[in-house]
Design a protein around this ligand. Sequence first.
Ligand SMILES: Nc1ncnc2c1ncn2[C@@H]1O[C@H](COP(=O)(O)OP(=O)(O)O)[C@@H](O)[C@H]1O
Ligand SMILES: [Mg+2]
Length: 357
Amino acid sequence: MIADITISEKSFGPKTLMHGIKFSIDDGEKIGVIGRNGVGKSTLFGILAGTDKDFTGDIIYKRGTVVVATAQEHHDLGEQTVLQYILSGLPEYSELRHIIETYPLTMGDDMDKINQYTDAVQRCDDKGFFKIEEHVTRELDNFQLPDVAHRPLASLSGGQKRLVEVVKIMHSNAHLALVDEPTNHMDYIAKAQFIDWLRDAREAVLVITHDRDVLKEVDRIVELKDGESVSYKGNYDAYLKQNAVSTGTQMNDFEMIEKRIANLKVKVLDYQRLKEKSRNPGTIQKFKRLEEVSRKELAELQAKEKPTFWIDKESVAGLNYKVAAQYDKFKAKNIRNHQRNKYCRQWLKRTFGTRPT
Ligand SMILES: Nc1ncnc2c1ncn2[C@@H]1O[C@H](COP(=O)(O)OP(=O)(O)O)[C@@H](O)[C@H]1O
Ligand SMILES: [Mg+2]
């Protein structure tokens, strides 16, 4: 394991965004993070990258773990070219290059320096550094960024900088690479190049994405939902299978609760009526107690939070028929409630002339 992540609270002002995030990352594991917009994926990214420290919990990395993340913002780039920026993230590159460029001028007969120089040349060759510029330039071409290698990074558009970030990450050889929505603006050639890298990468990669083609390649899916995380072993197909089962169970549980609530409401009224009708103090006492017990259970069930049964449309198609029908029913009910609330607000506004809060 290279990382163990627990976030027990992350809030923005009064709004709590996360309260139960927990998962770990194994060496070399590829993790896809999914969840609907606004659920907190990018916020989680900032926390893992260490740029956001304002949360309660622990992000524990194994000692010596090097973590790299695609940068969201770029400041103080100066005249640094795209190639220089990418190569600056390459471990050992600058040191070896420095030796190769400067030692021949000064080493003379110094055997130590001659050995260091020879080693550096060998190591550069082994690591493919002599061809790295060509290699990176080709990757940039594939990412629809031709002729940018020697241009200042600062002169590129936001979308182009994001692609440069992905190329940089691909060469960083870290233990864990964090990548936020990499394929959003990629065509299929660029995407194929990214996926090839993901498949072969030795480092662990955590990628936030909705892209099915990327999610097919991961070892695990972490879904953010209602402030919590659920971790599913396997790729997206495995996730769909497991999710159909657990969503079905949740919906069944919730329907059972709704039925029980309806039942209890009737019981409370019955006991109340029976209590009022009785003359015998013992019987009155009995119905009073039954009424209280039912009221208590009713209050507890009504206080239970409604789970959000969110699954994307295609996943619903992948669910079995019965679960899909239940899901549609639940969604329709939510929409009706929403409509009703809207009509209610409009009605209040017409009646009172102000916008109710
Ligand atoms: N700096 C911030 N201040 C206040 N609210 C924020 C801030 N950053 C994000 N949020 C809110 O937190 C929620 C989650 O945002 P984000 O992590 O970007 O979601 P995602 O990437 O899953 O779409 C959103 O409702 C967003 O408005
Ligand atoms: Mg985001």
